[in-house]
Design a protein around this ligand. Structure first.
Ligand code: FES
Length: 138
């Protein structure tokens, strides 16, 4: 599912011009490193083009995205452990949504709203507490 959310501030971001890598650290610690090819962005219709969610989905990485990548939940919460300085600034709407995540850090972002410009390689942790409560029947 993809789309746009007319109720939020439009995020400002710069797409990469060169290839860079994103290393996803899954809950449990398994690391998967993927190369982002700027010519393949967007990988799909979900999240901002080139967002960490877009990159994850385009490379078979499981990252929850209950609202379909439109900044209306917090299930795509990620912790950007390296390369955050090459990512777009989060909007107030993004940080408002992040407050709904169970645990956040100063490096927390919504995967669907965080777009790297390709000047740094990125390392992101997918927190173990990112749960899709609907799916899990709570
Ligand atoms: S998928 Fe819902 S805020 Fe990112």
């Amino acid at each position: 599912m993809g789309g746009t959310n007319p109720y939020i501030q439009k995020a400002d971001y710069e797409l990469p011009h060169v290839a860079y890598t994103v290393t996803f650290i899954a809950p449990g610690g398994v690391k998967t490193k993927v190369e982002v090819d700027p010519t393949k962005i967007p990988y799909g219709p979900t999240g901002l083009p080139g967002s960490l969610l877009d990159v994850a989905m385009g490379n078979g990485i499981l990252l929850e995205h209950v609202c379909g990548g439109v900044c209306a939940c917090s299930t795509c919460h990620v912790i950007v452990k390296q390369g955050l300085e090459s990512c777009n600034e989060g909007t107030d709407d993004e940080f408002d949504q992040l407050e709904e995540a169970p645990i956040t850090t100063l490096q927390s972002r919504l995967g669907c709203q965080c777009v790297a410009n390709g000047t740094k390689d990125i390392v992101v942790e997918i927190p173990a507490v990112n749960k899709n409560l609907v799916k899990e029947g709570h």
